[in-house]
Design a protein around this ligand. Structure first.
Ligand code: CTP
Ligand code: MG
Length: 236
């Protein structure tokens, strides 16, 4: 069984940590191998056969060119642009509200939220997440932690954590439309912010399922990451 899948691509951040002295654009709008960085994840995810629509959070000054790039990366997929919020959580809700008006997703539809800063995402990961979200209501991708990891106590003491129990969590993250929108609206009313949507759903009592993530699906955070991803995409 499959249901319509709506994509939310978050490209509303300032990209401060990846900023280069010679380029004022946030990382997701830097031109990489022929298209802006954000358009790579759009192209890779929109090829999934269940994708019914797409919302992009994007600052006003990039809206006109982004609309053109969206049409090229996801031809024929209805899309809507949404103003970014002050936080990632607020940007996600902004995109959901724009989708609610423009597409009226069904309560049981799925929505996948993805950071534009992860351009190497693949359709197979989205398909596995969607299948898990159909069963569990929500699913996030997690990868094993490879560094030894410690918690730094207030007294400066280190507590060594068991790596076996830890995962790094990526995007995309997939949820059923109606409970996801409701949880986001409640979090906004309560003034709560989260670093990801799975965390927001867990706080609402709907912790998502964990799906095996993809080590190649890394997030561009620094200017070194941007250089690395540019080299990878130039070869693709
Ligand atoms: N994002 C967003 N709206 C915000 C903040 C972040 O849409 N108010 C998006 C970013 O564009 C990015 C994703 O959320 O695709 C993950 O955020 P991050 O990697 O932290 O990007 P930035 O916040 O832009 O970078 P920085 O924290 O270095 O300024
Ligand atoms: Mg940030």
């Amino acid at each position: 069984m499959s249901v319509p899948l709506h994509l939310v691509i978050l490209a509303g951040g300032r990209g401060e940590r990846a900023r280069r002295p010679d380029d004022a654009r946030p990382k997701q709008f830097v031109q990489v191998a022929g298209r802006p960085l954000f358009a790579w994840s759009v192209a890779r995810l929109a090829s999934h056969p269940d994708v019914a629509s797409l919302a992009l959070t994007c600052p006003e000054e990039f809206a006109a060119t982004s609309a053109v790039e969206l049409e090229a990366a996801a031809p024929g997929v209805p899309h809507v642009l949404a103003a970014p919020g002050a936080t990632r959580t607020a940007s996600t809700l902004s995109a959901l509200e724009a989708l609610a008006v423009a597409q009226r997703p069904g309560a049981e539809d799925l929505v996948a939220v993805h950071d534009a800063a992860r351009p190497l995402v693949c359709e197979d990961l989205l398909a596995r997440l969607a299948a898990a979200a159909l069963r569990a209501g929500g699913a996030v991708p997690g990868t094993p932690v490879t560094d030894t990891t410690v918690r730094l106590g207030a007294d400066g003491r280190l507590e060594y954590l068991s790596r076996r129990d830890l995962r790094g969590v990526q995007t995309p993250q997939v949820f059923r439309w109606a409970p996801f929108l409701a949880a986001h609206r409640r979090a906004a009313a309560a003034g709560q912010t989260f670093t990801d949507d799975g965390g927001l759903m867990a706080a609402a009592g709907r912790a998502p399922a964990l799906v095996e993530g993809d080590a190649g699906n890394f997030k561009v955070t620094t200017s070194e990451d941007l250089a690395a991803v540019t080299a990878r995409l130039a070869l693709s």
